[in-house]
Design a protein around this ligand. Structure first.
Ligand code: HEM
Length: 449
């Protein structure tokens, strides 16, 4: 009877105890006087503050989650995100240290739920020699010589085809068209798939589902974004597996007409297993299309209000700064890391909020204003030291030069053939990554050449 009463009492009190523990802030035990973990909240048991972190907010803005915690705890604070104790940094110097101290102090640290979707051989989870090996495959595949000799022609072909189709349309959704463009380029580069055919369109639809669940609550039951994402992963891997088998057979038959793509590249230059190849290609397809589509969409949106900037490639930097396509990067502290009066304890996840640097008024005057001219002259170069859109250090985005190429070619064809205006008001919104709520519909006016 007594045992039963104790169980009932504990059951009644447990939520209160958990709530008390979770709202009482961090108490990372350290010697008296020794630097402590940054202050912060743990939020709710298990989910921590993940829901508040994922909440949509207008762009450009760093969002209420960061605004509220920075004003309460300062530039560096502690939270509980995706089931991990996380130190969040909005401080430019600490962010730089996080990017540059890979392995010495920080290792891969993306949430386990996300890695489950990306696969255990994904490059973002790799460290040391494994990371170097995957990275060298990608960097060599995207070398500047190959960008000029191989990619330029493909990018030109896909952008001409997409933009050519606009003539009959009159009104287009920039979100749809830029995704089609970027996916067309990357699917051809990786799996030799032709843009604008049923198979490629189907794969692109799977990727949309796949990316939606990547940053969602990891709820493992049918119908959730996370569940759908895992299903899409398995469908995409089936396509890659099938293509790999066909390619191996063709190469074994001594065929000389095999595609010059990343799949052939991995078969010729590595002894990767089917699973390793799948995760590498999947990550590359993911990193390489939505991001590109978004920077082009953002530039089209911002240029609408600033036609004088049309000829400026500085539009690229400014759209990336305001859009914050990669809002943050995540790492894990492999040992205690001291920063000013705080220590980031070993085993804590670390989030470098790149968006906070780009929106910092002490680094970028009037930061919410679209101003491509801020990148001009010597002060523009100084600002580029605080420009972290492509990350930095040993994980600096290897696709940066390809995006620039795609941006330049797409805009060359766009501005020599069309003028455009927004059909209805639409604004970028972060949910949690930047997107256009209405799909950004524009009316096209064909220029007479
Ligand atoms: C506007 C476009 C893009 C943006 C803003 C962007 C941003 C980033 C950032 C911030 C990182 C660093 C992540 C970290 O430190 O953990 C990164 C890594 C990466 N990006 Fe991009 N990226 C873009 C386009 C691309 C493209 C086109 C590709 C491929 C063709 C690509 C492939 C990758 C890969 C494979 C990594 C992982 C590198 C590593 O871990 O060593 N990205 N990207």
């Amino acid at each position: 009877m007594l045992g039963f009463l104790v169980i009932v009492l504990l059951t009644l009190l447990l939520p209160t105890i958990l709530l008390f523990l979770s709202s009482s802030g961090w108490s990372h035990s350290r010697r008296r006087g020794a630097p402590s973990a940054p202050p912060g909240n743990t939020g709710w048991p298990l989910i921590g503050e993940t829901v508040a972190f994922l909440k949509s907010h207008p762009s450009p803005s760093i969002g209420d989650f960061l605004i509220q915690r920075v004003s309460r705890f300062g530039n560096v604070f502690t939270s509980n995100l995706f089931g991990q104790r996380t130190v969040v940094s909005t401080d430019v110097q600490l962010n730089r240290s996080i990017l540059l101290n890979e392995l010495r102090a920080f290792g891969p640290g993306w949430p386990r739920s996300m890695l489950r979707v990306l696969g255990r051989y994904t490059i973002v989870a790799q460290a040391g020699d494994d990371h170097k090996c995957s990275r060298s495959i990608i960097v060599n595949f995207l070398s500047s010589a190959r960008l000029q000799a191989v990619f330029l022609q493909g990018v030109d072909r896909v952008s001409t085809a997409i933009l050519g189709s606009w003539k009959e349309k009159g009104v287009v959704s920039v979100r749809v068209e830029t995704k089609k463009f970027a996916f067309g380029v990357i699917a051809k580069a990786i799996l030799g798939m032709e843009p604008n055919n049923t198979e490629t369109d189907k794969l692109q639809r799977e990727f949309d589902i796949f990316s939606q669940g990547l940053m969602s609550l990891p709820l493992m039951f049918p119908g959730t974004a996370y569940w759908n994402s895992l299903k899409a992963r398995s469908n995409i891997l089936n396509v890659i597996r099938q293509k790999r088998k066909e390619r191996i057979n063709r190469m074994r038959d001594g065929r000389t007409d095999v595609e010059d793509d990343l799949l052939t590249w991995t078969l010729e230059n590595t002894n990767f297993t089917e699973e390793q190849t799948g995760d590498l290609l999947l990550g590359f397809l993911l990193g390489g299309h939505d991001t590109t589509a978004k920077v082009i969409a953002l530039a089209i949106y911002y240029l609408d209000g600033c036609p004088k900037a049309l000829e400026q490639m500085r539009v690229f930097n400014e759209s990336l700064r305001l859009g914050n396509i990669a809002k943050y990067v995540q790492r894990m502290a492999v040992k205690d890391f001291q920063y000013k009066e705080h220590v980031i304890p070993q085993g804590f996840s670390v989030m470098a909020a790149l968006s906070a640097v780009h929106m910092d008024p002490s680094l970028f005057e009037d930061p919410k204003q679209f101003n491509p001219w801020r990148w001009k002259g010597p002060s523009g170069i100084k600002k580029s030291n605080n420009f972290m859109a492509f990350g930095g250090g040993s994980r600096l985005c290897p696709g940066a030069e390809l995006v620039k190429l795609e941006f330049a070619v797409f805009f060359h064809h766009l501005i020599t053939n069309y003028r455009w205006e927004l059909v209805e008001p639409d604004h970028p919104i972060n949910r949690p990554f930047v997107d256009f709520a209405g799909g950004l519909h524009i009316k096209i006016h064909t220029l007479k050449n």
